[in-house]
Every structure is written in C-alpha cells, then in structure tokens.
Design a protein around this ligand. Sequence first.
Ligand code: AMP
Length: 392
Amino acid sequence: MKQTIKNIDIKNKKVIIRCDFNVPLKNGQITDDTRIVKSLPTIKYALENNARIILMSHLGRVKTEEDKVKNSLEPVAKRLSELLSKPVTFINETRGATLETAIAKMQPKDIILMQNTRYEDLNGKKESGCDMDLAQYWASLGDVFINDAFGTLHRAHASNVGISTYLPSAIGLLVEQELTALSYLFNPDKPFIIILGGAKVSDKIGLIENLVSKCDKILIGGGMAFTFLKAEGFNIGTSLLDEESLTFCKEIINANPNKIILPVDVICNNNYTDEKGTIKDITELKDQDMGLDIGPKTVNIFKNNLSTAKTILWNGPLGVYEFKNYIKGTNDVLTYLTKLKAKTVLGGGDIVAAASSCQVTDKLYHISTGGGATLEFLEGKELPGLKNIKEA
Ligand code: AMP
C-alpha cells in the first residue's frame, strides 16, 4: 500500500491537499455534497496535526471565460466551512500575489481553498496537460502534498502527478479507503459475483478480462447485455448494439462456459421512451422491440446467483434507470443486496447514482467515488496519480 497522510510528518507544515470537489452545481447551488463530505476525514486529520491546509480541486471543464463563472469553487468553500464549523478562506486565484500573501499569513489550523485548478486550462491546458512549471509553482506553496482526489487518479494533471514530482507526497484517507476496498476484489472471499450493466461493452472489456478468472459468475444486464445476446444468436430488435464488441462477447462466452449469465426476459418498448413497456422473453423479441430493462425472471435468476455470494462487484445499471418505468430491475437487485451478508462494492458513476436514489448506499460495504479511476484500477492498470507516491 502507498504511504498515507499518517505515514509522513505534517505537523505544523503547509500541507497541500488535492481534493475531488467536482460536485454537481445548479444555479451556483451544490445539489449533492457527497464529495465534500468524503474529503472531511483527511482535512480533519490535518487539522488535528496543526497543519496549515491549502486545498485544491478541479470543478467541471473550463474551456471559455464563461465556463469560469459557472465552475467557481466558491460555493464549495462555503459548504466546507459549514461542515467543519470553521472558516475556510476562498482565494479566487490559482496563482499570484493574493494567493501567496494569504498563504504566507496562515496560522496552524487555517484553511485556504484556491480557485478551480482548471482555470489554468484556458491558458494552454496547463492543468490537464500537466505543465511542469505550473506544478513546480504550486508545489512551492507548500511543504507536503497529499493526494485525496480518487476520481482523478487515472489522469496525469499538474495538480496531482505534477505537484507530487516536487514534494514529499502521500495519499489521503479517502484514497486509502478506496484502494483498500477495490484491492480486496483482486483476492476476494468466494463466491465472487460480478454484476455488469450500462451502455457499452467496450467500456467494460478491460474489467471483464482482468477479473473473469477471479470471479465465479458475471451477471450481465443493461444495454450491454444485448450485444452478448446477439452474439448468442438472439434477435435483439432495436436494442442497444455495440457491433465492434460482438467478437469479444462470443469469445468470452466460449472461453468461460456457464460463467456469463444473460437476461432471459426484458421489458421493452418500440422506441426509447419512458412509457410503460411490455415484458417479453428474450426469444420473443421482434424487429421493432427495444429492451430497456431486465424482466422479472431475470431478476430472480440474478438473485439466486447472488444469494450465496461472499463478494459482489457491481458496475453499470441493469436498465435505463433514468426512466421511472425502467428502473425496477436495478432497484430490485440493489434492494436484495442490502439483505445479504456479502461485501458489496459499487463501482463507478451511474450505479452509484441509482443506489443513492434508491437510498441503499449506507447499507453496502463500499461505494466507489471514482468513475474512470475505479474502472482503470479494476482493469489492473497503474493509476498515474499514484506513480510518485512511495510505498509505506
Ligand atoms: P455506463 O456509463 O456504461 O455505465 O452506462 C450507463 C447508461 O446505460 C445509463 O445512462 C443507462 O440509461 C444506460 N442503459 C442501461 N440499460 C440500457 C438499455 N437497456 N438500453 C439503453 N441504455 C441503457
């Protein structure tokens, strides 16, 4: 395991913490503060150690001057201050005299949040392009660097890989928690069942290839199931097809007999709509049918397979969960998981959103905060954001 904030000396030091404050905003209001809440353990640990805390984060994409206004981190400073019950000074700059003076005046336990690191992308993509002059400048503002932004570990940016080139560095407690939970999946208690859904097979090929030999079953739903079903010779009507992945699907099914479990029924409509659909067996689909959720027989088959599991990984919803008529399959299986003793890890974006709207997140073992970073880690890739951080 990489060294964490607890393995390096931060007492009374100026500690730069790269957080993931990439929160959803509507008209300048934060609509979900989960990412801020998840950053609290590391910030509180730094406070307990009398550090002077300099926080950085990206927020959205900044390509034009107009993007700057809607992607300001100022609302985050306000919310963080409420959560910590102490002032958080927001500096509306990513570099320059105001920022430097504010840092020079900091006392132990003071907290500064600087403006969105991606403001630097307007000036030649300096943040996202990992400009090393910018990274060196940011590093010069502190003594120690802590990377607690799990969601950007798969990117080499100036504010993570860049700064860690120049300062003693460690991971924060959120990143530690993520790596511990996700690493467990490489050596899991068995039976280990993987549930996959979502739109495209191609996005999950790396994960399937890396974990297929470690798991007992892969239950496939969502849009991606139809490419597997087509590969098995079924008529999938107008359901989602990822043509380029057909060969992969055929090969993985043949190489792993009885391991890949596909839907036997679906809820379909004749176009992409939230109007109530019809339940059909997979053998009954006609040319105009579009499968938008898994059907009740499939839900039961999935439940049977999950009933004895000791470890479960789930990535991607089992239907178009954004539509009220096609969320049932995903919700039924999510609810079932909360009754099991298995360690369940939900990885990445859409399934986490589905779990939070179904209010089951606090009943499961681990909810990963990263989308791309979670997938790349599970694919077995080295995450660039960890490269410069020593092993403990
Ligand atoms: P992903 O990012 O690959 O996990 O895909 C998530 C998206 O897959 C969500 O927006 C879902 O609406 C979509 N999805 C899930 N099931 C289906 C389906 N049967 N047909 C079309 N889209 C689907």
